[in-house]
Design a protein around this ligand. Structure first.
Ligand code: 0T9
Length: 387
């Protein structure tokens, strides 16, 4: 373990060894301090929109084909943030703070150059297992992404395999009054570099974007596969007759998702390029006058995050235990009173018709998934309520 501080070597070794025996959910495992991130998993949905102009761009597509291409470009351009940004910002992949049930995170990206204001709302809708639901909306452009995610982890050949559960639906309101819906599924991940104490993610297998008259399949390959390079991908958009599109030709794009890619069929020249800067979300309090409530991520974890950032792990761990005990007590009280925690922004739904319909077209497994329906109740600090 090169990257492991000398004093934490034995605890890192036993952590790695215990990974083999813990299957399913690693979120509540105790890990050595050097690998802890001060950021809660409720902040991760912001990765979907760190290039807000690419998100907004989707609305400018004049044909289903133009829109499908811009959806793919936006999606591919989020991968660098989603899967490499902890390595860039903190030196390696880190263990996020495990959100409390009902934890909330609100944020915004300002209007700039006519791209419109984009808003983010996140709620931890389950603690056991951890499930995070989110909405990202650029209302002026008629764009809305609603999704949820959870993970099932296993250990294989020295790596953590992360099966992502959940999906997102992007709704594009067209000027004609009709709308397009795109089902977006999430790729499998492998966390390598554990023995060295410098974990990093490789994205594996496939993910899908189905909608607007196209089935999009994105194949991910790491080192040793077709290009021999890490973070390689190949995306194919196949027109679906009878699904609203009129395109006949397949579009194929290839490259490195954390750098650049180019068209190899159905177009020519560069496709995406994420070498430029990204824009982090601005956190906004959800209470009156933008104040942060007790369940809002940066308020709830304030002292834990401060402790981790400043290397004061005693305070971090004391505060973390305090929060966890409070939450345990809350669950006990609920059980005693025969009540359950009321979610603020979402209603669970056992199956998602959009997932089922779109998933069938692309033969996506499993055939059905549950979903969380957004209640359209943005806090006033982000948006004025619709009458
Ligand atoms: C959705 C993303 C997800 C969340 C994280 C697997 C992981 C929790 C889930 C999938 C986002 O859109 C994208 C990025 C990173 C994913 C995290 C990476 C990670 O390591 C954690 C898991 C739970 C761990 O903390 C494993 C232990 C740790 C010591 C390894 C660094």
């Amino acid at each position: 373990g090169e990257a492991v501080p000398a004093a934490q070597r034995s605890s890192w070794t036993s952590f790695i060894k215990s990974l083999a025996s813990v299957s399913g959910d690693l979120s509540s495992m105790t890990a050595p301090p050097f690998i802890l991130s001060p950021v809660s998993l409720t902040e991760y949905p912001a990765y979907w929109c760190e290039r807000p102009e690419l998100f907004a761009q989707i609305a400018n597509g004049k044909t289903p084909e133009e829109r499908a291409i811009s959806v793919l470009k936006w999606f591919i351009s989020t991968l660098k943030g989603q899967y490499t940004s902890r390595n860039e910002g903190m030196g390696s992949e880190k263990k996020p703070l495990n959100p409390a049930l009902g934890e909330l995170f609100y944020g915004t990206w300002p209007d700039k150059n006519g791209r419109g204001k984009t808003d983010l709302l996140v709620e931890q809708v389950s603690h056991h297992p951890p499930i995070t639901a989110y909405v990202i909306e650029n209302e002026s452009k008629g764009l809305k992404l609603v999704g949820h995610n959870a993970q099932k982890t296993s250990f294989s050949a020295g790596s953590i395999i992360v099966k992502q559960i959940g999906h997102a639906v992007l709704t594009v309101k067209l000027p004609s009054g009709t709308k397009e819906e795109y089902l977006i599924t999430l790729p499998r991940l492998r966390i390598d570099g554990l023995w060295y104490g410098s974990p990093y993610i490789e994205v594996c297998d496939n993910s899908y974007i189905v909608g607007g008259g196209f089935v999009g399949v994105i194949e991910y390959k790491g080192k040793g596969y077709f290009s021999g390079k890490s973070h390689s991908f190949k995306a194919t958009l196949t027109p679906q007759p009878g699904m609203g599109g009129s395109a006949t030709k397949e579009i194929v794009v290839e490259g490195l998702w954390h750098q650049t890619s180019k068209f190899v069929h159905g177009g020519s020249g560069p496709f995406h390029d994420v070498s430029g800067p990204k824009e982090e979300v601005t956190a906004v309090g959800g209470e009156a006058a933008g104040a942060m409530g007790e369940m809002e991520t940066r308020k709830l974890w304030e002292l834990v995050a401060k402790g981790i950032r400043e290397g004061d792990f005693d305070t971090a761990s004391k505060e973390k235990t305090r929060i966890e005990n409070e939450m345990r007590q809350r669950r006990k009280d609920e059980a005693a009173n025969d009540t359950t925690w009321a979610l603020k922004h979402f209603t669970p739904l056992a199956s998602d018709p959009i997932y089922e319909n779109m998933g069938k077209i692309a033969k996506i497994a499993p055939p059905t998934e549950d979903t969380y329906v957004f209640l359209e109740n943005w806090p006033k600090s982000l948006k004025t309520q619709k009458p």
